[in-house]
Write a protein that binds this ligand. Sequence first.
Ligand code: AMP
Length: 218
Amino acid sequence: MRLVFLGPPGSGKGTQARMVGERLGIPQVSTGDILREAVMLGTDIGRKAKSYMEGGKLVPDEIMLSLVKRRIEEPDCSGGFVLDGFPRTLAQALGLEEILQSAAQSIDAVILIDTSDEVVLKRLSRRRVCPQCKALYNLEADPPEADQLCDRCGVELILRTDDSERTVATRLNVYRKDTLPVVEYYESKGVLRKVDGSREIEQVLSSIMEEISEVRKS
Ligand code: AMP
């Protein structure tokens, strides 16, 4: 299956995309993770993307499209993928369609994890990440066993640089301005399925799996 997960920052789309990918046996393709790794490694793309990411702005479409094209052409994506954090602009959505069309493929479903600003702001201020294995924690809902240390690596957890209050506000504005048109686009094509992202992780997951099984039946 070829799936797209949409939702504001902090909607839990990364966590859900990973779990759904594991259940379906297809890779989660997170553009945020790919970019963060590129920044860490200091690659060409990483150097170009760094300042956009730190400011909560979008990395230019051309960079994103070539990055995603390369990734989804890798052999592990031949049986499908869960796109997490992409497309974020209408130009990216149209570019993705072209890439898929040229391989006689299409998106099977787009899942919108609908989450209010209030929930998002609360979640992001409590979100922590392991700098080593990238595991995500929430200090309230899903805390590590030892205070502020990763359960797997024992490394001290950090707040993502773009989770600071001011950058989160920018990211939410960017979402409204650039990504809501993508939501509307997929809605008009009849492939959008909404789930309420303000609930517990397991509840959201089971709603998503229900939506996916409906898509499979149709
Ligand atoms: P995320 O982890 O999905 O919240 O992404 C973190 C940051 O990476 C975003 O705030 C953007 O700066 C950048 N980014 C990730 N995906 C995209 C995309 N599809 N288009 C443009 N920028 C992106």
